[in-house]
Design a protein around this ligand. Structure first.
Ligand code: PGA
Length: 251
């Protein structure tokens, strides 16, 4: 039941192509041969190619921040999974709270994207998490349960087992306010329970659940020490090679 930790950097809408190449080169030197955790970097679409070149031959894997669920078609401004795959993308973040909040992404759309990601042979990082008013209103369990059920509905069990779920409380993203290790563990255990109920205990034991929300080198260790925390999805602290390397080498 040993799950290999997976730490991913979500670069959001930061870094031009040349800046992204610099960061990727810095990471390749700092953690390129480190193999205690799986390391993924998720630059913007326009930097995927240069980052792919910079991390070639290292242990660092490439991820995208979004995708479209159709194979191709008249969808102006969208990017297909075949396009991502050709560049060397292995992971795709779906359902990030910023996409839910600003781009109207729903659990149903995330579910379609996850199915398409499996079909393309890639791995989704499926994001869930409650907003501040939901936590304060005692609705965290209900909200997260509903998101997990909606995002994973009718997906193939073996693919779900190999997927990554990211628990990102919205109030902790980019705020400097991290969930306590107890708060994180509680919701991670809940997510695993919901996955067990939907699929099987075996699937629940295999799926990796990342915590995201103001993760930094200083708090990574105690979060990662929780039994159901299998990694981190990192925003701000992933934008500099030394701070991201500090998280990756949290041990
Ligand atoms: P943060 O972002 O680490 O800057 O809080 C996390 C995320 O949005 O994935």
């Amino acid at each position: 039941m040993a799950r290999k930790p997976i730490i991913a950097g979500n670069w959001k809408m930061y870094k031009t192509q040349s800046e992204a190449a610099d960061l990727a080169n810095g990471l390749a030197s700092a953690v390129g041969t480190y193999d205690k955790v799986d390391v993924v970097v998720c630059p913007t679409y326009t930097s995927l190619e240069v980052v792919a070149q910079a991390i070639k031959g290292t242990n660092i894997k490439l991820g995208a921040q979004n995708c479209h669920f159709e194979a191709e078609g008249a969808f102006t401004g969208e990017i297909s999974l075949a396009m991502l795959k050709e560049i060397g993308v292995e992971f795709v973040i779906v359902g990030h709270s910023e996409r839910r909040q600003y781009f109207g992404e729903t659990d149903a759309a995330i579910n379609k994207k996850a199915a398409a990601i499996y079909k393309a042979g890639l791995t989704p990082i499926i994001c869930v998490g409650e907003r501040l008013e939901e936590r304060e209103g005692g609705k965290t369990s209900d909200v997260v349960t509903q998101q997990v059920k909606g995002c994973l509905a009718d997906l193939p069990a073996d693919k779900v087992a190999a997927s990554v779920i990211a628990y990102e409380p919205v109030w902790a993203i980019g705020t400097g306010k991290t969930a306590s290790k107890e708060q994180a563990q509680e919701v991670h255990a809940l997510i695993r329970k919901v996955v067990a109920e939907m699929f099987s205990q075996q699937v629940a034991d295999a799926v990796r659940i990342q915590y995201g929300g103001s993760v930094k080198a200083e708090n990574a260790r105690e979060l990662m020490a929780q039994s159901d925390v299998d990694g981190a999805l990192v925003g701000g602290a992933a934008l500099k090679a030394d701070s991201f390397a500090g998280i990756i080498k949290y041990e």
